[in-house]
Write a protein that binds this ligand. Structure first.
Ligand code: PRP
Ligand code: URA
Length: 206
């Protein structure tokens, strides 16, 4: 498992705005999308390309085309805040959905929805901004692996060390790209300092 923390100053400043408790949903949504653009670019840095010949107005040269069609899978609800970034960067992306909700008492995730395209050997970008206990991400990875995913990269806004360790133990081949690894979890399994409940802040619910 490779874990990459994106250190770009722009990513750090956007993360600070998301953490800010006074950032209201309209701005939160905008910044979440912009930060997801950065995470997505980092996550796809090594994606395969194939050479092509390009005719410019002045001659010919070689360029590349993307040699792989990605699959993006947002974890409902919060992962929806990252999806538009991926579809804008990769308009040909195929999109599947996994719905997971954490129980407020046990923190165990339950799967309430799954709609995945054929994954046979394909590269999946799993979109879930909060990696807390890691239960939700592990459940999502389980569903993706069962459906035949070739590789999985989790795009996370904030991760807790506990969640990284849990995911590493259960799904050692997945990669993580995140804007931060925070201090840890509180007794409600929220990430500290974190940013609160991402889904609530994205959609204006409580
Ligand atoms: C949040 C978040 C992750 C999960 C992380 O979802 O979006 O999916 O919690 O927690 P974990 O690592 O401890 O499993 P939540 O269950 O709050 O649902 P929501 O996105 O619909 O608000
Ligand atoms: N889910 C969130 O949205 N935030 C956390 O801190 C933990 C789980």
């Amino acid at each position: 498992m490779a874990v990459q923390v994106v250190e770009h100053p722009l990513a750090k400043s956007m993360l600070a705005a998301l953490r800010d408790a006074t950032t209201a949903p309209p701005l939160f949504r905008l910044i979440a999308k912009r930060l997801a653009l950065v995470l997505c670019l980092e996550a796809t840095r090594q994606m395969p390309t194939a050479p092509i010949e390009v005719a410019t107005p002045l001659g010919t040269t070689t360029g590349v085309r993307l040699a792989q069609n990605l699959v993006a899978v947002p974890v409902l609800r919060a992962g929806l805040g990252m999806l538009e970034a991926v579809t804008e960067l990769f308009p040909e992306v195929t999109v599947g959905y996994v719905g997971l909700e954490r129980d407020h008492a046990t923190f165990e995730p339950s799967l309430y929805y799954s709609k995945l395209p054929p994954l046979g050997g394909r590269a999946v970008l799993l979109l879930d901004p909060m990696l807390a206990t890691g239960g939700s991400a592990a459940a999502a990875c389980g569903a993706l692996e069962a459906a035949g995913a070739g590789s999985i990269t989790l795009l996370s806004v904030v991760a807790a060390p506990e969640g990284v360790a849990h995911l590493q133990a259960l799904h050692p081949t997945i990669d993580i790209v995140t804007a931060s690894i925070d201090e840890g979890l509180n007794d409600q399994a929220y990430i500290v300092p974190g940013l609160g409940d991402f889904g609530d802040r994205l959609f204006g619910t409580e």
